[in-house]
Design a protein around this ligand. Structure first.
Ligand SMILES: [Zn+2]
Length: 309
């Protein structure tokens, strides 16, 4: 029947892109040796592509994406003549698709990320790179300073959040030393919807490793925000999950402002110090924090529902 000549699916990838008219999109590309018959269906929480008469010619299984909208893509051979590609979504999305019969042949599915921009647009986020000036924060075994490495992470976070439509203020963009009160004061002045402080963990014990998210010990959504951020940065960084905990230093934060201090890995651990110097972690940490904020603003929090039932 196939005579070894079935269309073969050879590659599968996704990317966040800007559309021609300024839209923000997730693009999924399924490459194959030739076109095939297919169905594309919306299911609860995702999209399913079934490719008839095709063979998988790439590793089967789950590809983690976690781009804030698309969680993962699973590809599997069903029987001898169908390939199923299942896209799991974190949030609803309108999508369209097109087929390009080049070589390789490409089926392109484009998902609108407007759910995210709808949630974050106009939200005021204060991003606080920890320490600065004479206050170095933690120091790595090869002398990476916390105050320096948190800045590029904060700038990545600023850039990503601006793409969602959020309004972002950095508490410092240079090497200034600010007090905790000054940082909290900026959040109050900006009437922030969230305050995100970027730190690294530090320990006298060089074997300590991993990431944690610390919340303001106020009953205002801080803990919930910390849980979402923690879950999402662990997905992105694949480091030890040190969990969430209260941070007494954030107790002075205004009650109306959810506040979280994110400890992006442990600078005093030699492996994680090396990791921290890389541009990849600096970007992925920011992506994880944004994904946590999206989940937080998407959640049904009583505080955002007023006194409606
Ligand atoms: Zn710190």
């Amino acid at each position: 029947m196939h005579l070894g000549n079935s269309p073969r699916i050879t590659n599968l990838w996704s990317k966040v892109v800007d559309g021609e008219n300024g839209e923000w999109l997730t693009r999924v590309v399924v490459e194959s040796t030739r076109p095939y018959e297919y169905t594309l269906k919306e299911i609860n929480g995702g999209i399913v592509l079934e490719c008839a008469g095709a063979d998988v010619n790439m590793p089967e299984g789950k590809l983690e994406v976690n781009d804030g909208l698309l969680r993962d893509i699973n590809i599997e051979q069903l029987g001898h003549d169908t390939v199923r590609v299942q896209m799991a979504l974190d949030h609803p999305a309108v999508f369209k698709h097109a087929v390009y019969n080049d070589f390789p042949s490409r089926l392109v599915i484009t998902l609108e990320r407007s759910f995210i921009t709808g949630l974050l647009s106009g939200k005021r986020i204060v991003v606080d790179p920890g320490h600065g000036g004479k206050d170095f924060g933690g120091r790595g075994p090869v002398s990476l300073l916390e105050k320096n490495v948190v800045l590029p992470i904060a700038r990545n976070l600023e850039k990503l959040l601006k793409r969602t439509g959020a309004e972002v203020t950095l508490t410092r963009s240079g090497d200034e030393d600010l007090s905790g009160g000054e940082r909290a004061g900026i959040a109050v002045k900006e009437r922030a919807d969230a305050f995100i402080s970027i730190h690294t963990n530090a320990s006298a014990d060089s074997s300590v490793e991993g990431a944690a998210s610390l919340y303001a010990p106020l009953d205002n959504g801080s803990e919930e925000l910390a849980r979402y951020i923690q879950e999402e940065i662990i997905k992105k960084l694949k480091v030890m999950d040190r969990g969430v905990a209260g941070q007494p230093a954030l107790a002075g934060m205004d009650k109306g402002i959810p506040a979280v201090e994110v400890e992006i890995v442990t600078i005093t651990n030699i492996v994680e110090e090396v990791f921290l110097r890389g541009l990849t972690i600096q970007k992925r940490a920011a992506e994880g924090i944004v994904n946590g904020l999206i989940k937080y603003f998407a959640s049904d929090r009583p505080s955002t529902r007023g006194d409606k039932e």
